[in-house]
Design a protein around this ligand. Sequence first.
Ligand SMILES: Cc1ncc(C[n+]2csc(CCOP(=O)(O)OP(=O)(O)O)c2C)c(N)n1
Ligand SMILES: [Mg+2]
Length: 352
Amino acid sequence: MLTIKKDFFLIFATYFEKTMKEFSKEVYLKWYEEMTMWRRFEDKCRSLYLKQKIRGFLHLYNGQEAIPAGFTHAMDLTKDSMITAYRCHIHPMAMGVDPKRIMAELCGKATGTSKGMGGSMHIFSKEHRFYGGHGIVGGQIPLGAGIAFADKYFDRKAVNICFMGDGAVRQGSLHETFNMAMNWKLPVVFVCENNGYAMGTSVKRTANHEDIYKLGLGYEMPCLPIDAMDPEKVAEAAYEAIERARRGDGPTFIEARTYRYRGHSMSDAEPYRTKEEVAQYKLEDPIEIVKSRLLENNWATEQELEAIDEKSREFVEECIEFMESSPYPDASQVYDFIYSQPDYPFIDKLEN
Ligand SMILES: Cc1ncc(C[n+]2csc(CCOP(=O)(O)OP(=O)(O)O)c2C)c(N)n1
Ligand SMILES: [Mg+2]
């Protein structure tokens, strides 16, 4: 009797087993629309920086677009969350944050996602569960595990996707976090966006081997490298890892192999690589991959894709208009939203 019951539930569970949304024409068109807009957005940010409308640091994401495209395809956007480093304009857009407000934030306007007080490295949206935007290399790794701890504690059945760079994986905090995340089987997917360089330091020069995903092995954390220029491959690996985390089986470490086309930030003369190397990687451009699949499957014509490109260009212009017509925060707000603790004991000690 017991076995029949068990078998019945097994069949029932298999029948209703969740599978990932298929890679349909609609998905590909959405990817093309989003990815061309993201690329255009970043290109426009570059010119706004040269015009000094964007100040401070600016790290562009060109070349890495297949990663947020693939991940958001596999995520449950009603409850899952994301956290990343300072190269952070595109991930929140993929999560649903309004690009106009991101553009406003980049230019320090009051309509920005952090009221114009965070800037390029600190995009944040509680509403869309995009938890930054962090300038300390590797600082977001323990925070991602912390979000996952809260998800588990409150039984939300939600998963945190914690992105980091190839430079960040060399921080000690990664090891403490991996150990705790495995020990407590936290619902988190750690993703190293390996774009080949940490500022001007290549992965080759950073360690005695280039297989970053192997950092998971010491913790018996499921880990794998993926071709992250192809959003389908990203989505497949993401889905498996997310579902593993969601059913309580703990974290996964994905090394997403990608490439950044622009310099580390705007002040990078790129002496560490050749123009030929960049051109070589552009042959595997993620937007071109999406475009060629749309054409091969007769899901869109060249003209239809050109119309989408045009729509992306117009939308980014609208973002700039929104930013231009927004006010700066009032000068009286300069000390607002700053953490202070008047009775901080150590300052007291110093003063006495
Ligand atoms: C703790 C810390 N050390 C050093 C820096 C300076 N820094 C800023 S970005 C960066 C490189 C990080 O590279 P990577 O993690 O590969 O990310 P990518 O820029 O390629 O996205 C460094 C060393 C910092 N911000 N924080
Ligand atoms: Mg890097």
